[in-house]
Design a binder for this molecule. Structure first.
Ligand SMILES: C[S@@+](CC[C@H](N)C(=O)[O-])C[C@H]1O[C@@H](n2cnc3c(N)ncnc32)[C@H](O)[C@@H]1O
Length: 246
């Protein structure tokens, strides 16, 4: 790994990024769901629904949601995998996992397991999951290639990887409007609603630093997946990459 990496638009020592990201999510955890609804005008719910609908998860399957936060994907996977399946909601951040636990309990969703872990080092046996997902999490991970290799390792042959993440729109007008919104409005709303302008400035910057659709597709293939395709959502502002392990 390099000695420095991105934290938003800043270059920071590689070993410092994880702690800085933790600070962001410690700070936003209690207002995370509200902010998601406000900032995306509710669209994140459609993107996530599309993600779970695109998975091949069926009754009895074993699913790991990484960087699962407040558990939106885990709730939907639980419905698909059913009582005989197993769904694990994992995240590196204890505050986000606590919000996830609260959210699932409030919604009457039981039977999901919670594990605190780093995406770069998954404490599971090889070839043990039918589906692994990560939504809006990969851009926060310091060593994304290592995380993708780990996801590949723990998937069963034929298993499916789902990476939902902000991406790049090639529509010039949409891109300009989105830039204006991200850098002028999003941090201000973060300041007003969550009393944390700085974290929402980081979130806007981290989106711009994340690899575009084709680059991420190549990273998925380089991690060992035999197949990867992506589908743009909302004009490419978000993309869903789907990888299959041979
Ligand atoms: C933007 S939130 C996404 C939460 C949820 N997946 C969603 O879509 O609403 C990003 C999450 O990634 C988690 N995260 C950051 N770095 C991580 C890492 N290295 N391993 C696992 N989770 C990580 C954060 O704690 C945070 O909960």
């Amino acid at each position: 790994m390099e000695n420095t990496t991105h934290f938003g638009f800043k270059d920071v020592a590689t070993e410092d990024k994880q702690g800085l990201v933790r600070g962001v999510f410690d700070s936003v955890a209690s207002k995370y769901d509200l902010m998601n609804d406000v900032l995306s005008f509710g669209a994140h719910r459609l993107w996530k629904r599309y993600t779970v609908a695109s998975s091949n998860v069926k009754t009895g399957d074993k699913v790991l949601d990484i960087a699962g936060g407040t558990g939106d994907l885990a709730i939907e996977f639980r419905k698909k995998a059913g009582e005989s399946g197993k769904v694990i909601l994992s995240d590196i951040n204890a505050a986000m996992l606590a919000e996830g636990r609260r959210n699932l309990t409030n919604k009457g969703v039981f039977g999901v397991e919670f594990i605190q872990l780093n995406a770069e080092n998954l404490p599971f046996e090889s070839n043990s999951f039918d589906c692994v997902s990560i939504a809006f999490g990969l851009r926060n991970v310091t060593d994304k290639d290592q995380a993708l290799r780990e996801m590949h390792r723990i998937l069963k042959p034929g298993g499916c990887l789902l990476v939902l993440e902000f991406s790049k729109t090639d529509n010039e007008l949409l891109s300009q409007a989105y830039d204006f919104y991200s850098f002028n409005i999003m941090p201000k709303l973060g300041g007003i609603i969550a009393d944390d302008e700085e974290s929402y400035q980081y979130l806007a910057e981290s989106i711009r630093q994340h690899p575009d659709q084709e680059t991420l597709k190549n990273m998925v293939l380089d991690a060992g997946f035999s197949f990867c395709e992506y589908h743009n959502l909302t004009g490419g502002i978000v993309a869903l990459h789907k990888g299959i392990k041979a």
